[in-house]
Design a protein around this ligand. Structure first.
Ligand code: FES
Length: 127
């Protein structure tokens, strides 16, 4: 419907590589045990729990970080993967997620923000 409304006002060019339906991030904790075992065998990162409160795996975090929109903020990861939404509100998993961002995107912790520009969490190294 939105496409049709815009097409009435603009010349649209269709993309050959357009993906009409995207697959969401697998919610590992919702799967039956057999499927969990199969996924861990296929991809060992499913076997590493990053967020204990919500049972979110490293693979789910990586899927959020490496999705086509390229999320690099902690809030972006939170909304996509449910990490940091548990009882400890990220007290346990936040630093682990920062490490994943550091390794995946080559960011320094000082560059990692909660929601962009003025929401820095780290100012420098203690040691
Ligand atoms: S471990 Fe992630 S919210 Fe508690």
């Amino acid at each position: 419907m939105v496409r049709d409304i815009i097409a009435n006002k603009e010349d649209l060019i269709s993309k050959d590589d357009f993906i009409a339906q995207r697959k969401g991030i697998v919610q590992f904790r919702e799967l039956p045990a057999e499927e969990k075992q199969a996924l861990i065998k296929e991809c060992p990162e499913y076997g590493e729990i990053v967020c204990r409160c919500e049972g979110i795996t490293k693979k789910e975090i990586l899927d959020a970080v490496n999705n086509p929109l390229g999320v690099t903020t902690l809030a972006g990861i939170k909304y996509r993967a449910r990490a940091m939404m548990g009882r400890c509100q990220g007290g346990y998993c936040l630093t682990r997620i920062v490490d994943i961002l550091k390794n995946e995107k080559g960011l320094n912790p000082e560059e990692i923000t909660l929601r962009g520009k003025n929401s820095k969490l780290f100012t420098g190294q203690v040691k």
